[in-house]
Ligand binder design. Structure first.
Ligand code: SAH
Length: 219
């Protein structure tokens, strides 16, 4: 669907996005920086044309290759969870997918480093960053479980696929830095925020979530 057709039915309008923002506010997202980032990011450009009309619903949607663009509420929750601890200079994301979470992060952090194991998805995401003028996002086609050692330490690390977070990734956090990830245990995923302190790590459970699995290797 071309842009003017979507505009014709109100899908790209400021009003449509504001409705999503109101919904997120009602669900408990209170950080204005996060809500502004959501309001300013055209989510319909991060899904295929056939799904563009559903882009401002608060739900995950398929993006091909068996992967999904995360639910806006979860994107907002994760972004809110990394704000506040310390100024966000550098943020690392594991699982670029559509690029939507990275685009939101790019509005609240100085620089975003995002990694994706499926080359085809990463290529589409790069095109979106380019056409939206998001020049503070750096991408890498790799198994993100190794992190991005040459750019470490990071003020925050956001993992957008569910699994076991390797310790080597926590090692790439700056002091007071936070890592947020859907951790999988016995088939159940919980969103966990881990903060690096001077002496170790503090953990906080932010509730049950459902993400596609973290996988090894590249495609
Ligand atoms: N942040 C994305 C969510 C995409 S779903 C968005 O906003 O659209 C999670 C993504 O993580 C998928 O694209 C999947 O291919 C990717 N992924 C899974 N395991 C990975 C790994 N080890 N390294 C890098 N990316 C991975």
């Amino acid at each position: 669907m071309v842009e003017h057709q979507l505009q014709g039915i109100g899908m790209t309008s400021e009003k449509t996005r504001q409705r999503l923002v109101q919904r997120l506010r009602a669900k408990g997202i209170g950080d204005e920086r996060v809500l502004e980032a959501i309001a300013g990011t055209p989510r319909h450009l991060f899904v295929g044309e056939a799904l563009a009309s559903r882009a401002y619903e608060d739900s995950a949607l398929p993006i091909g290759r068996g992967q999904t663009i995360s639910q806006p509420y979860v994107v907002a929750l994760m972004t809110q969870a990394i704000l506040g601890a310390r100024p966000l200079g550098k943020v690392l994301e594991i699982g670029t997918g559509s690029g939507y979470q990275a685009a939101i992060l790019a509005r609240v952090a100085d620089r975003v480093f995002t990694t994706e194991r499926i080359g085809e998805l990463l290529r589409s995401a790069r095109q979106r960053f380019h056409s939206l003028g998001l020049h503070n996002i750096y991408t890498r086609h790799c198994d993100g479980l190794g992190g991005w050692p040459t750019q470490a330490p990071f003020d925050a690390i956001v993992v957008t696929a569910g699994g076991v977070v390797p310790e080597s990734l926590l090692d790439q956090l700056a002091e007071d830095g936070v890592l947020i990830a859907p951790e999988q245990n016995n088939g159940v995923q919980r969103l966990v925020r881990t903060t690096r302190t001077r002496t170790g790590f503090d953990r906080a459970d932010l509730g049950a979530v459902i993400f596609v699995p973290l996988l090894e290797g590249v495609e």
